[in-house]
Design a protein around this ligand. Structure first.
Ligand code: GDP
Ligand code: MG
Length: 356
């Protein structure tokens, strides 16, 4: 057996037959020795019965029935446990992930060019059809947050193939909705290939992603800090650099205004620019360990954009906390600085100093 694809299902009666037939016909068409493993959580809509019928005629279909809705990641892991292929995969039952892309994901693994291939919505050529603005925003924010831990463009994708040897002994956490991120963080020596896909929102059935899934993602993200000590390291260094920046800013402001007699607003602009530049260089070479020369102009500009944005965020929160919530302005500012500082770090880590 070469390839085992797992599809977790919960209430997918209107999609299940279609997706099973499409995946199996992709195996046939591309001469892949594959099996399809459906893990159903006792769907009350009768998905299980349809599966029983399909199984009679499809010998490459394996059905695992679990007692209750036990979660998406755990369903995938249970499917992988019985998988016989040396390449394991996942996709949704709702036809959001195009089955005709399976071969494009499979080829780089077969050739040895990669050991994990991801169907990606956020690289050139990839797109999303049928999501409203709210869902798009939520996906973007979650993706940005998780990119603190990985350089993959679409670490929230639910469509990927990975060599079995990569996930062995990785200790993957069964709690959660995003098994790919789990794999990207815990598996070592991954050679990653992202393949653009068009994600089409489900036409039939309801999405199971809700507030519970968002909360579990945030919890998992916090836990990932443990695995990515470099992120904590960078965060601390970023904080130290910021503190030196503040000292430089105040000193120059003082010198220019008091000793050279410059108008204090002009001094403030100059001292801001000097401090920002010093922050930029220190973060480039010390915090994020880059060669000084790499894309210096472009990155300087990006750093400037993030710094300015974070200053605006700071002022906005200062205003809201003080004027709307009536908090004492110094306390408002302390909270606002913390928020702006976190965004400043994330923005620079995943945008300015991301090198792919
Ligand atoms: N077995 C199982 N499958 C689930 C569970 N939650 C979601 N799924 C399935 O996982 C896939 C992704 O869920 P979906 O609702 O499409 O999420 P979305 O694409 O993020 O909106 C679908 O095939 C669902 O049927 C679960 O708790 N157990
Ligand atoms: Mg879906």
């Amino acid at each position: 057996m070469d390839l085992s694809i797992v599809i977790p299902t919960y209430n997918e009666k209107d999609n299940i037959k279609n997706i099973v037939q499409k995946v199996l016909s992709e195996f046939k068409k591309n001469k892949i020795k594959g099996e399809l493993i459906i893990v159903d959580d006792n769907s009350p809509d009768g998905t299980g019965k349809i599966l029983d019928n399909l199984k009679k005629s499809e010998k490459r279909l394996i059905v695992i029935k679990r007692k209750a809705k036990l979660g998406l990641s755990s369903a995938v892991l249970d499917g992988w446990k019985v998988a016989r292929g040396n390449v394991l995969g996942v996709m949704d039952a709702d036809l959001s992930h195009p089955p005709e892309k399976i071969i494009e994901l499979y080829n780089p693994l077969k050739k040895g060019d990669a050991n994990i291939a991801i169907g990606s919505r956020y690289i050139p050529g990839g797109k999303i059809i049928g999501w409203g603005i709210k869902r798009k925003m939520m996906s973007r924010v979650a993706t940005l947050l998780s990119r603190v831990f990985t350089e993959v463009r679409d670490p929230m994708s639910g469509f990927f193939l990975v060599k079995k040897e990569c996930i062995k002994n990785a200790g993957l956490n069964p709690r959660g909705f995003k098994i790919l991120l789990e794999v990207l963080i815990k598996c070592k020596s991954l050679k990653i290939k992202e393949v653009p896909i068009t994600f089409t929102n489900r036409i039939r059935g309801k999405s199971k992603a809700g507030i519970g899934e968002v909360l579990s993602l945030l919890k998992n993200l916090a836990g990932y800090l443990k695995y990515k000590k470099t992120v904590i390291n960078e965060f601390v260094k970023f904080g130290i650099v910021g503190t030196t920046g503040a000292i430089i800013n105040l000193s120059i402001l003082y010198l220019l205004t008091e000793k050279l007699g410059l108008y204090y607003i002009l001094s403030a602009i100059i001292s801001f620019l000097v401090a920002m530049s010093s922050n930029f260089f220190l973060n480039k070479i010390w915090t994020f360990k880059e060669k000084i020369k790499i894309q210096i102009k472009k990155k300087y500009l990006k750093f400037g954009v993030v710094s300015t944005f974070s200053l605006l965020v700071n002022l906005t929160f200062l205003y809201i906390f003080t004027e709307v919530f009536g908090i004492y302005y110094l306390i408002s500012q302390a909270i606002a600085i913390a928020i702006a500082w976190l965004l400043n770090f994330i923005g620079n880590k995943i945008w300015t100093f991301q090198n792919n």
